[in-house]
Design a protein around this ligand. Structure first.
Ligand code: HEC
Length: 139
């Protein structure tokens, strides 16, 4: 007599593990891409309202970065989602500036600001990483 059922547990678990490992890619320069940590409702609601205080940066942000980085459905790390930015900033700010210039994953090169300088990218990244502390802390 054979016992049935025992073999059934394995494959599903293995597939799930493969999916989780495969979903996060490690870039050559140490950066990570894809799979944003799911933001809380407070963080995603707040992201739609955040704009840099500086008028020059606010102008750039409004016509480029904001169209994705304020909306969770875009797959972009949200402005004010501190935990996600902390993870992405691990290899260094310069790596993120480089990724903004070249494009990464589904983000187009230059984040759709073709005349932007690296200095503006730095400021915009730091803005997105640090803006809106309250909602991020409540997470
Ligand atoms: C058309 C949508 C879109 C626009 C516009 C956009 N981004 Fe992004 N951005 C994304 C998406 C999607 C990701 C996530 C890419 C991934 O990790 O696969 C991303 C990721 C990033 C990252 C993280 C890169 C990394 O290596 O982890 C930075 C930094 C960034 N964007 C900066 C900017 C800046 C600055 C602007 C405005 C000048 C901008 N983005 C405009 C969609 C956009």
């Amino acid at each position: 007599m054979r016992t049935s059922g025992i073999d059934r547990v394995g494959p599903g678990g293995a597939l799930l593990l493969l999916f989780l490992v495969g979903a996060c890619s490690q870039l050559d320069d140490g950066g990570v891409t894809s799979v944003t940590l799911p933001p809380s409702y407070a963080v995603s609601a707040q992201a739609e309202t955040l704009v840099p205080a500086d008028a020059f940066l606010a102008g750039i942000y409004d016509r480029s970065c904001r169209s994705c980085h304020a909306y969770v459905d875009s797959g972009a790390p949200l402005a004010g989602h501190a935990a996600e930015w902390q993870r992405r900033l691990a290899p260094g700010l310069n790596v993120l500036v480089e990724h903004t210039r070249t494009g990464v994953g589904s983000m187009p090169a230059m984040g759709m600001c073709l005349d932007c300088e690296d200095a503006a990218f730095e400021e915009l990244i730091l803005f997105m990483a640090t803006a809106g502390g309250d909602a991020a802390e409540a997470e």
